[in-house]
Ligand binder design. Structure first.
Ligand code: SAH
Length: 266
């Protein structure tokens, strides 16, 4: 383990277990021609493992204290960017890649969902293989009827297909976090709902799920959807809760409201 003053505020929980590092690479299905984006290089253990399987890695790290250590590793096919990933636009990050790329990362927990929402809409990203808090992983893969089903589940299945690859116990991290983790693989599939405006659908889903225990009618009208638009839906539908509908049903409801127009909310 490197000598380092671990910073909780950056979500620093490093891994050094060789089997786990290899397992992440296997779960990501890496091959020689791949280009990979890593977020959070940390001590560079995962960066090194990934780099031995692929053509090129671009790895972001916010903590400048790790800079000299990471550069001293001499990883030939890795470019480090020292900065906050959230301060770069999607296209700024993606300009570094010619063609498609994969994300592989042991994500800092405090910004897992913002990172997912930032990258999942990418048109160049093939897949995300990410270590996240177990509960977040369960929300990503949850289907209708599960208590974990919500906005994250709906939007992940809007953009692709998610699978939990393995559960990772907390004792494999240093410092040890107080939750277990899971490796999730999301394969992006842009053909799925290509005709739906994703930003607008995301807004709709946000409205529909805004208060979990309330009916669709309540949540949608509360968020400014007009009476005329609500009248396009059956009473039976309006009196249910968003969590009772799967993605296809939610798309159908959304499509009914917008009619032939693509924008309906603003
Ligand atoms: N990949 C390493 C470290 C994972 S811990 C390993 O698996 O051992 C998460 C890492 O993300 C930390 O090194 C932390 O400093 C970094 N990080 C946190 N927030 C970040 C941000 N906004 N942008 C880039 N890196 C970030």
């Amino acid at each position: 383990m490197i000598e380092h003053n671990f910073k909780k505020k950056f979500g620093q929980n490093f891994i050094s277990d060789k089997n786990l590092l290899n397992a992440i690479c296997t779960d990501a299905g890496l091959s020689e021609a791949d280009q990979v984006l890593e977020i959070g290089a940390g001590g560079g253990s995962l960066t090194g493992a990934i780099s031995s399987h692929v053509k090129r890695v671009v790895s972001y790290e916010i903590d400048k204290d790790l800079q000299s250590h990471l550069l001293s590793l001499g990883l030939k096919n890795v470019e480090f960017v020292f900065g906050d990933i959230m301060n770069y636009s999607l296209s700024e990050v993606e300009n570094a890649f010619e063609g498609s790329y994969k994300m592989v990362a042991n994500l800092p927990y405090y910004i897992t969902t913002p990172i997912i929402f930032k990258f999942i809409k990418s048109k160049k990203l093939d897949s995300l293989t990410i270590m996240v808090q177990k509960e977040v992983a369960q929300r990503m893969v949850a289907g209708v009827g599960s208590k974990d089903y919500g906005i994250l589940s709906v939007m992940v299945s809007f953009y692709g297909n998610a699978q939990i690859k393995r559960i990772v116990p907390r004792n494999l991290f240093y410092p040890q976090p107080n939750v277990d983790s899971a490796i999730v693989n999301i394969k992006i599939d842009r053909t799925k709902f290509f005709s739906i405006n994703d930003e607008e659908f995301y807004k709709f889903v946000g409205y529909a799920f805004s208060m979990r225990r309330k009916t669709l009618r309540n949540n949608l009208s509360h968020n400014g959807i007009s009476k005329e638009n609500l009248a396009k839906l059956d009473e039976k539908v309006l009196s249910k809760r968003a969590e009772e509908f799967d993605i296809l049903q939610l798309i159908e409801i959304y499509s009914k409201i917008i009619g032939s127009k693509d924008k309906f909310l603003l």
